[in-house]
Design a binder for this molecule. Structure first.
Ligand code: UGA
Ligand code: MN
Length: 325
């Protein structure tokens, strides 16, 4: 009897607890609406589900943001003259991997050659950068010159410019030699060029620098170690031209005149120093350097030793230029 009495009491307590629990208002907790209680649970759930959906849409928009923003960015058309030598693929590797970090870029690689260079095309494909590969050989009359400087990269740059005139409608054009060193910030500085933007270039001549001299945002004069009567004593890497502006001057081109390519081209745009846009924080930052790569010797014939037959050296050999003796 005693046992039965205890069981009844326990069940009663349990039933009371369950009843109490049922009557306790349900509590719903979410991030912003703490302790929403009571009979509006359905509304709360609805709000929660809606919020989850909205968040999903916002996440999708955020994920697509770089692509969306990219679509509206002006394109940077980088025109790179290049030619075959031992250092070509290393130079292109360095520049290519710089450009892989630049959004909305189109790389126009113009090679001083009559035939396609498969190594170059393979590398361009590897980068995933939108590119155009052009064959722009130096005209024979300049190529056969001896004892005098040759107009290096001129046919290449004019070829790249012709392509831009035919295919581009917006953006900015920049002549980027394959051997210079570029900080990716320079491409953002030039991206919004209205006509011609200018910026300092490091390691140019014994002055160690080529730049417009700017005071209170205004052009004062040029700072360059080799003026030589040039109207625009600047380096090729020190300016960028808006595509729309380039299209507005159909006659603009680069002369086959060693040392005077930059000034000749800028003069052909009929631009005045006071119309220039001084970027890189009013020409106070260096984001590009006129670096030069030491010429390397051809490789030793050691690699041809038959003891290396059947080894990896036979494949590596195809990437080398082997000395004649
Ligand atoms: C300097 C300037 O920075 C160049 O922009 C200018 O074209 C050159 O002088 C010049 O006035 O001749 P620098 O470093 O002395 O350049 O010249 P390189 O770097 O040897 O050549 C400039 C560009 O032309 C490079 O991108 C190079 O790959 C290309 N190039 C050079 C050719 O396409 N063919 C050649 O025979 C030599
Ligand atoms: Mn160079």
């Amino acid at each position: 009897m005693k046992k039965l009495g205890k069981a009844v009491v326990l069940s009663l307590i349990l039933m009371a607890l369950v009843g109490l629990a049922r009557k306790t208002p349900l509590t719903y907790v979410d991030q912003r609406h703490q302790n929403t209680t009571g009979g509006d649970l359905d509304v709360v759930k609805e709000i929660h589900n809606l919020r989850v959906k909205v968040q999903r849409v916002l996440d999708t928009i955020a994920a697509q943001m770089p692509a969306t923003t990219q679509r509206y960015l002006p394109t940077v058309y980088v025109v790179t003259p290049t030619y075959q030598r031992l250092e070509q693929i290393p130079e292109i590797t360095r520049l290519g991997q710089t450009l892989m970090n630049v959004p909305k870029v189109h790389w126009i690689v113009a090679e001083d050659a009559n035939t396609t260079n498969p190594e170059m095309v393979k590398y361009l494909q590897f980068t995933g950068i939108p590119y155009t590969y052009l064959l722009t050989p130096m005209p024979e009359e300049y190529k056969k010159r001896t004892g005098v400087p040759k107009p290096r990269g001129v046919a290449n740059r004019n070829g790249g410019m012709d392509w831009i005139r035919m295919h581009a409608t917006e953006g900015v054009m920049y002549f980027a030699d394959d051997d210079n060193t570029y900080d990716i910030r320079i491409f953002e500085e030039m991206r919004y060029t209205k006509r011609v933007s200018m910026f300092p270039v490091g390691l140019v001549t014994h002055f160690g620098l080529s730049t417009p001299v700017v005071k209170d945002g205004n052009f004062v004069e040029w700072y360059d170690g080799w003026v030589a009567g040039r109207k625009f004593p600047v380096d090729m890497a020190g300016f960028a031209v808006s595509v729309q502006f380039l299209l507005s001057v159909p006659s603009a081109k680069m002369p086959f005149q060693p040392g005077y390519e930059e000034t000749g081209f800028l003069s052909s745009l009929f631009i005045k120093p006071q119309d220039l846009e001084f970027v890189a924080d009013n020409c106070t930052k260096i984001y590009v350097w006129h670096t030069k790569t030491q010429k390397n010797q051809r490789s030793s014939r050691m690699i041809l030793d038959p003891k290396y037959d059947g080894t990896n050296l036979r494949q590596l050999q195809t990437h080398m230029t082997i000395s004649d003796n």
